[in-house]
Design a binder for this molecule. Structure first.
Ligand code: FCB
Length: 450
């Protein structure tokens, strides 16, 4: 099994107005009062745009074979379509070349949520043109880097882009379109399919998509149907088209917009079927599901905005059980094991754990050391779960830690830290945490043992 670490453009790069980069939906969303917990944005982030060599030194020091990063579409096609900004391409070319010089394989993701704002003005992912524009952008990138990149990912977590972005409204673009969010899901899949076909025709051989599939666990028998509906919107909306070339009946019943022939046009599903050569799985926590009947709402309990990310699923409650990380996500490595075994059985595809990691409140000790033992435990237990899934037959090719650096954690701003390396908010100095040293030690002992 191969090993890696991951980042995403908007979360680390900063330099959002440099070298002709266009505005992204995360720039405009973060500027809305109340959208991001600490009111901050990615304009500086970790300033990785200027410190990329230092950051790649840290990747190299970890001893991993893979670095997963994303490209900012608005750096390359600032208005989403049309004019190409060569300085954006130059930046990623230098990054890729620097990785290769270090003996690290690049694993680029083409879309990790920073849509050019100009496209949002024309409907964003609710518009079919965005899928076509995505495929054009993918080809621009492939043309420049295709001779040096072997493994590509199109989208990162399209569920978040579609349902947190267009139904719950807690991610950019922050819209509450309810069932129309399914349109975004279809167009994201279509964009993936169009890009994958064109990239493959141009010589790419390993084009995948990264999904945050989740094991869905009903709390009690009365919640089985609710859980099935949640599973349809979280998992099957992607796997159905990708594997079977179809949305299943239950999903169509709760998402009738997917029957609309203006949306799902003839040929779309055939194009999407079989379009992924591999699947990335991002896993943090299982999804427990319950339903709230009648008036038994817990008095005073704040409604969870994420329940709106499942349009058409009524009376939904998403409970968690301790232990929880600092972002409130339940720690349950068994969920990862189950998900890998089931997804491999369902799809037959090679899998990569493209993200796994934990937010904990880090404390810098008097000696300057962040002794993040809870993060080490989390990683150790989830790596063990991955190994159990492999032993049970799941074809898992790599495990990639989220994330290299403490960074802009979307709607949570800088309040939640997942990094193996801490970033000083004032100086942006990087300091590897105990988990970084632990992971590097794992890499050394595994390399010595293999
Ligand atoms: C995932 C995202 C990633 C990061 C982690 C914590 O949903 O893909 O960018 O924010 O969660």
């Amino acid at each position: 099994m191969a090993w890696g670490t991951a980042t995403a453009s908007y979360q680390i790069e900063g330099a959002t107005t440099k070298h002709g980069r266009g505005t992204s939906i995360w720039d405009t969303f973060a500027a809305r009062p109340g959208a991001v917990r600490d009111g901050r944005d990615g304009s500086v982030a970790c300033d990785s745009y200027h410190r990329v060599e230092e950051d790649l030194d840290l990747v190299e020091g970890l001893g991993v074979g893979w670095y997963r990063f994303s490209l900012a579409w608005p750096r390359i096609v600032p208005e989403g379509v049309g004019r190409i900004e060569p300085r954006g391409l130059d930046y990623y070319e230098r990054l890729v070349d620097s990785l290769l010089t270090r003996g690290i394989a690049p694993m680029p993701t083409l879309y990790h949520w920073d849509l050019p704002h100009a496209l949002e003005d024309r409907g964003g992912w609710l518009a079919r043109e965005t899928a076509e524009a995505f495929a054009d952008y993918a080809m621009v990138v492939h043309e420049r880097l295709g001779d040096r990149v072997d493994v590509w990912a199109t989208h990162n977590e399209p569920w978040c882009a579609a349902y947190l972005g267009y139904a719950a409204g807690v991610h950019a673009p922050g819209r509450r379109e309810d069932a129309d969010a399914h349109r975004a899901a279809h167009h994201l899949l279509l964009g993936h399919g169009l890009a994958a076909h064109r990239m493959r025709a141009a010589g790419a051989s390993a084009v995948g998509i990264v999904l945050n599939l989740a094991p869905v666990w009903p709390e009690r028998a009365e919640a089985d149907e609710t859980a099935d509906n949640v599973d349809a919107i979280r998992n099957r909306v992607w796997l159905g088209p990708l594997v079977d070339g179809a949305y299943d009946e239950r999903l169509l019943a709760i998402a009738p917009v997917l029957v609309d022939e203006e949306l799902v046009r003839e040929g779309d599903l055939d194009l999407i079927a079989g379009s992924a050569d591999w699947l990335g799985i991002n896993y943090y926590t299982p999804l427990r599901v319950d339903r709230q009947d009648g008036d038994d709402a817990v008095p005073g309990a704040a409604p969870n905005p994420e329940t709106h990310a499942y349009p058409g699923v009524e009376h939904l409650v998403l409970p968690t059980r301790p232990p929880l990380t600092d972002i409130g996500w339940e720690v349950e490595p068994r969920g990862l094991e189950e998900l890998l075994v089931q997804t491999h059985a369902r799809t037959g595809l090679p899998l990569v754990v493209t993200e796994n990691g934990a937010a904990y409140r880090d404390v810098v000790g008097a000696d300057g050391v962040v002794a993040d033992l809870d993060r080490i435990d989390y990683l150790r237990d989830h790596i063990a779960a991955t190994e159990r899934a492999r032993a049970a037959g799941a074809d898992v090719r790599a495990y990639v830690v989220w994330t290299l650096l403490d960074n802009f954690e979307w709607a949570e701003g800088y309040t939640k830290t997942f990094g193996l390396v801490s970033v000083d908010p004032a100086t942006l100095d990087r300091t590897p945490k105990a988990s970084y040293h632990w992971f590097a030690e794992q890499m050394r002992t595994r390399a010595a043992g293999s």
